[in-house]
Design a protein around this ligand. Structure first.
Ligand code: SF4
Length: 215
């Protein structure tokens, strides 16, 4: 590891420690891991074999190899990516509300511990808020922002990349900038902030990853 990378890793660890403290105050459980490969190891520890599991769409989960684990046969995985039609996928979205574990990325985390999501369909944020008995969020330190205002700015900046990744025909996939569109394919419909987990302490389990994941 070169000096530059070493210093950035050190700084990111300090940021993670501070934010983890604030997330714990909001009644979430937190684990900090250095590398993406440790995410799968942590999930094996956290999710009992045979549990029912579903996921929200997330590049971070893909980056960390989580889908391979879920497809290994160890769990009862409701695989949204295996759906053969829109109807089948929506059925999986609905069934996802009653799984033992719902896994998702998170779009931003504020320094004081608020979890920020931006959704197109709303199925992911709905399941994050209510339904599944446990919600495991995988987030890298590059998702941490100062406050909600910066979260909004960040999401506006990166959403065109998400639209491009999904092969959409929204205006941002041409210009590279958010055009606040009215497209039926718009992916920025539900901006949701999880303030605390006090109603069900520990329902949110957050794996903070030092290495960058997702966008
Ligand atoms: S609101 Fe529309 S144009 Fe803006 S980022 Fe979202 S999908 Fe793209």
């Amino acid at each position: 590891m070169g000096l530059r990378e070493e210093l950035w890793t050190w700084k990111k660890e300090k940021v993670a420690e501070k934010v983890a403290e604030n997330l714990r105050k909001r009644k979430h459980e937190i684990w900090i891991v250095k590398e993406r490969k440790e995410v799968v190891e942590k999930l094996v520890e956290l999710i009992p074999e045979g549990s029912s599991v579903a996921v929200g769409g997330s590049l971070s989960l893909m980056d960390a190899g989580v889908l391979d684990l879920l497809r290994s046969g160890r769990y009862n995985f409701l695989d949204r990516y295996a759906a053969k039609s829109r109807e089948e996928m929506e059925e999986i979205f609905r069934k996802s509300f009653s799984v033992d574990y719902f896994l998702s990325g998170v779009n931003a985390i504020t320094e004081d511990g608020r979890l920020v999501f931006l959704d197109g369909n709303g199925n992911r944020v709905a399941a994050v808020i209510f339904g599944p008995r446990n919600v495991i969020l995988i987030a890298s330190v590059n998702k941490i922002v100062k406050d909600l205002e910066e979260a909004r700015e960040r999401l506006k900046f990166i959403s065109p990349m998400n639209a491009k990744r999904l092969n959409l025909t929204t205006p941002c996939t041409v210009t590279g900038w958010c055009e606040d569109c009215s497209s039926t394919q718009r992916i920025c419909n539900y901006f949701v902030v999880v303030e605390t987990g006090v109603r069900w302490p520990g329902r949110f389990k957050i794996i903070l990853v030092i290495e960058d994941l997702g966008l």
